[in-house]
Ligand binder design. Sequence first.
Ligand SMILES: Cc1ncc(COP(=O)(O)O)c(C=O)c1O
Length: 442
Amino acid sequence: MENIMNGSEFVILEKGVTIMDIIDQKIKEQMLRENTDAFSVADLGDLVHQHLRWQKALPRVKPFYAVKCNNSKPVAQILAQMGLGFDCASKNEIATILDIGVPAERIIYANPCKEVSHIKYAVSRGVQMMTFDNKDELLKVAMIYPTAKMVVRIAVNDFTSHSPLSEKFGASLSECRLLMEYAKALNLDIIGVSFHVGSGCTDPKIFAQAIADAHVVFDIGIHLGFQMYLLDIGGGFPGIAEDKVTFEEVAAEINPALDIYFPDKTEVQIIAEPGRYYVTSSFTLVVNIIARKIIENSHASSNDEEAGNEKTMMYYLNDGVYGSFNNFAKYRELLKPTFYEKHSLDQKLYNTRIWGPTCDAWDHISDTWKLPELEIGDWLLFRNNGAYTISTSTMFNGFHAVPTHYAISEDAWETLQNIKKEIQFPVEEQDGVDPQHLVIRQ
Ligand SMILES: Cc1ncc(COP(=O)(O)O)c(C=O)c1O
């Protein structure tokens, strides 16, 4: 775990300096160069805060952060320093995490349908834990990686989640016995069970039911002679106040279910694969209105004028659905923009359509917000923008993922050092980061 912050640039904020100050400073710097490019600002201290919250609410569950959710290096580095494990879904994700110094035992290769060359890479780097949900995958792994530690992924009832996953992944309970018998015949080792309640889970009871189902599969495994010692309760945890349920409400369903089905004395190791929970609130996206079109409603009555219906405002932003808004549709109502300056929702509000910068009509961000009249050159802020944004951005039409500026408050930096001491993280003054040089003063 040496050199864990190497190669990452971030600033430590002196007391009293906020993320909004950083945004302000970056906008001003850019404007001096007449540059209106979109960017984002990440509050790394927010990751520390979320981790403390996790430890308090789910003390028995060790988080293995889902890299897919936000694969930026500083995020991974801070989480690694707090002792988290990682859920990787591909060769490149495994490489990213190993290359920052995380040991292979702290990685689960949690993709039930893997490419052969990626499994070979996992073998070469010593990543042993991996999930499966079908016979062909077992055969593949038996041929390439007979010493792998296999985790059976079960399907759950996740239809109330924003992004259900069980249509694509997960074996039914009735399939599990056959799969596990097949693994036995192939001489593969099964060590546990995983599930995922779907990203953006809105019903915490699904976790409790899934834990009960996992217990049934554990019993089958034990009956077949496997040493079952890992329960992986997946991702799907809410991370922001605007979510329909809070993280603590979810934890209040999970803890009693764990105590019933996997009591402490069984010594089963319990892990989870949170993505969204850790990173959503840490990123703020800052975009600029690059074009505008006003559509007049020629039949507007005075009532329409009062309601702001006499015209529809169309704004074109310099980031869109092929960039940070890729995963936005299901969360739109939670993620309304705020204004950088001069505008407020107290002004007269109009029907507003917001588009991204590409030439594709799918690059359409929202039709549902009523906003005041904005102008070309105005800046908009989208908070809670850390999950499935930079990691899902594409290069369509020649656009790129927006650059991110990273910052952490002095307090959070200190808390991080204390957490590192508690988990006995190897001392790494040698990591090349000298906070003194990075302090921003007010
Ligand atoms: C296997 C797996 N684990 C974890 C996650 C992270 O889910 P979330 O960001 O909802 O916590 C995902 C998301 O798709 C996933 O597919």
